[in-house]
Design a protein around this ligand. Structure first.
Ligand SMILES: [Zn+2]
Length: 248
C-alpha cells in the first residue's frame, strides 16, 4: 500500500524525461496517438513470476525494453522480492549501478535506459510469520535461511533504505491519527506555501491555487541526482524554491 502511494507524491516529469519515457513506449507500440507525452512518472509493478526478458528486456531479433526501462524516471516496485527467480534478481544489479542495460540478441546489440527508483517488499520467511507476536512461524531455520539468501548481499547493498515493518494492531490502526493524504504531500513539495488538508482532492487544491499563478520549472527528485546536485531539504521545507511563483 505504501509503494502504491509513491506515484501520487512524485514530481512531474521534465520535458526531456517525458520524451525519454515516450521513446521507450514508442518502441513497444504503447504510445497513445492523441497525447503521446505523459507527465506522470512511470510506476511499474511486475509480478514475481516475470521472466528475464520481461524484467530486463529481450525477445528475438532486436531485444525490446523490459520493465526496468519502462520504469525509467519513475518507480519499479517488486513485491515479494524473494519470490523472484534468482537469475532475474541478479540481472538487476548491473542496470541499478549504471542506469542502462545492454542486451545482445541475434539481431544485434542495443542499450536501453534503466534509471529508476527501486521499491521492494518481501516476507521474512516462506510462511510470512517469522518475528510476528501473534502467529507462529512454522518454517525450519534452514528454510528461513535459504529464503533470505535468495536476496544476495550485492543486491541488498544497492538498496539504500531497508526497513523492517512489524504488525500494527487493529486498535492502533484505528486509533492513530490519519496521516497526510498523497495530494497533501505532493502539494507541500511543489507548492509549499499553499494550505492543503487531509481528504483534499486535486480539484480542491486547484480551486485554492486560483489566487496565484505558478510556473513550473524542472526539479528532478534526489533519486535521479548525485553528488553536488543533491538537494538538501529540512523537515517542512518544500520544493517550492524550484518553482516560479508570482501572486496575481
Ligand atoms: Zn515462517
Amino acid at each position: 500500500m505504501l509503494a502504491g502511494c509513491l506515484p501520487g507524491i512524485l514530481p512531474p516529469l521534465e520535458l526531456a524525461e517525458a520524451l525519454e519515457v515516450a521513446q521507450v513506449r514508442s518502441l513497444l507500440g504503447e504510445l497513445p496517438g492523441r497525447s503521446p507525452l505523459d507527465w506522470a512518472r512511470p510506476f511499474r509493478a511486475p509480478h514475481h513470476g516475470v521472466s528475464m526478458a520481461g524484467l530486463i528486456g529481450g525477445g528475438g531479433g532486436i531485444a525490446l525494453p523490459g520493465e526496468i526501462s519502462r520504469a525509467k524516471h519513475g518507480v519499479l516496485f517488486l513485491d515479494e522480492l524473494a519470490e523472484f527467480q534468482t537469475p532475474v534478481l541478479q540481472a538487476l544489479r548491473q542496470p541499478m549501478e549504471s542506469g542502462r542495460v545492454m542486451l545482445t540478441r541475434s539481431g544485434g546489440s542495443v542499450a536501453y535506459p534503466a534509471r529508476f527508483t527501486l521499491a521492494a517488499a518481501t516476507n521474512p520467511c516462506p510462511c510470512g510469520w517469522a518475528g510476528d507476536a501473534l502467529r507462529r512461524c512454522r518454517c525450519t531455520p534452514g528454510a528461513i535461511d535459504g529464503y533470505r539468501r535468495r536476496l544476495s548481499g550485492p543486491l541488498l547493498d544497492r538498496i539504500d533504505l531497508q526497513v523492517a515493518v512489524r504488525r500494527v494492531s487493529l486498535e492502533n490502526l484505528a486509533s492513530d491519527p490519519r496521516g497526510e493524504a498523497s495530494v497533501a504531500v505532493w502539494v507541500d513539495q511543489h507548492f509549499g506555501y499553499l494550505m492543503c488538508y487531509t481528504g483534499d482532492t486535486l480539484d480542491d487544491v486547484a480551486r485554492r491555487r486560483r489566487s496565484v499563478a505558478i510556473e513550473p520549472m524542472s526539479c528532478p527528485p534526489n533519486a535521479f541526482r548525485s553528488g553536488e546536485s543533491l538537494i538538501t531539504l529540512e523537515p517542512g521545507q518544500a520544493w517550492a524554491s524550484s518553482w516560479g511563483i508570482r501572486p496575481t
